[in-house]
Design a protein around this ligand. Structure first.
Ligand SMILES: NC(=O)c1ccc[n+]([C@@H]2O[C@H](COP(=O)([O-])OP(=O)(O)OC[C@H]3O[C@@H](n4cnc5c(N)ncnc54)[C@H](OP(=O)(O)O)[C@@H]3O)[C@@H](O)[C@H]2O)c1
Length: 250
């Protein structure tokens, strides 16, 4: 069977761990030349080893407009075009509505919403007909989990952007969709808890509420991103595909 991304150039933001790392591997296996980004120097160096021969690994902050500009200048000068853009980088950020933590709201919205907007904007001149954009949203954008306000709102805004971008880019022959994961076993929760035990307890609580009784695996989300990035989804645009073991649907 022909590989689904043969000869394509694919950029995965936040590709040094979790879903993005799994996507980088899957895209490479399907024939793409892959570029990934991350910010944490330790994770970036680890990813360089793990992705040797699979992807170019770059440090670039998805919430910083100057670094986004630099990233796409690099893509243009090195690769000349972009066939697949997986806007995956994202961060959690918990806090109640009151009192509001303005710094968290600003940072979460910059990384999860404004950054992807600016990245798509910078990518547009590089996207040929037939290219695809996939955003990583989250099922939180249709839920009301206490303390998830900044994160959930950032992902709801992103979901709106997917539809607008799909409309604006349709005549250019570019499709824009989103994958919307439920709880996925990537370690993202542990980045925001004081102890590993606390993260495990949150993850077990989530798994017990999921009809399939477990968290998703990063590759299970990555393969849906591959579907949306490839010609297999050729009549889909503006769509958001939920991958959550039935949590929000059953
Ligand atoms: N895991 C879940 O349960 C779940 C559910 C729904 C949606 N999602 C979404 O899935 C996406 C990937 O998350 P994940 O679960 O795979 O978590 P993860 O393992 O923590 O991966 C996040 C990736 O994004 C990168 N990243 C974080 N902040 C960044 C920034 N400012 N600039 C560039 N890269 C940045 C991280 O690299 P560095 O650490 O090197 O910066 C890492 O490569 C996120 O958008 C998240 O919101 C996850």
């Amino acid at each position: 069977m022909a590989r689904r991304l043969e000869g394509k150039i694919a950029l995965v933001t936040g590709g040094t761990s979790g879903i993005g790392l799994a996507a980088a591997k899957v895209f490479h296996d399907e024939g793409a030349r892959v570029i990934v980004t991350g910010t944490n120097p330790v994770t970036v160096e680890k990813a360089k080893l793990e992705l040797a021969g699979v992807a170019e690994v770059l440090r670039s902050d998805a919430g910083d407009s100057a670094q986004i500009k630099e990233l796409f200048e690099h893509v243009k000068s090195t690769y000349g075009r972009l066939d697949v853009l997986f806007l995956n980088a994202g961060m959690l950020g918990y806090g109640p509505i009151a009192p509001a933590d303005e710094a968290t709201i600003d940072r979460v919205l910059s990384v999860n919403f404004k950054g992807p907007w600016l990245a798509l904007s910078a990518a547009v001149p590089l996207l040929p007909r037939g290219s695809t954009v996939v955003f990583n949203t989250s099922i939180t954008n249709e839920m009301g989990g206490p303390t998830t306000g900044a994160y959930a709102a950032s992902k709801a805004a992103l979901r709106s952007l997917v539809r607008v971008a799909a409309a604006e880019l349709a005549d250019k022959g570019v499709r824009v969709n989103a994958v919307s994961p439920g709880p996925t076993d990537t370690g993202i929760i542990g980045k925001h808890t004081a102890t590993k035990a606390e993260a495990t307890s949150i993850e077990e609580g989530l798994a017990s509420r999921i009809p399939l009784r477990r968290l998703g695996r990063p590759d299970e989300v990555a393969r849906v991103a591959l579907f949306l990035a490839s010609d297999e989804s050729s009549f889909m645009t503006g769509e958001e595909v939920v991958v959550d073991g039935g949590l929000t649907r059953v």
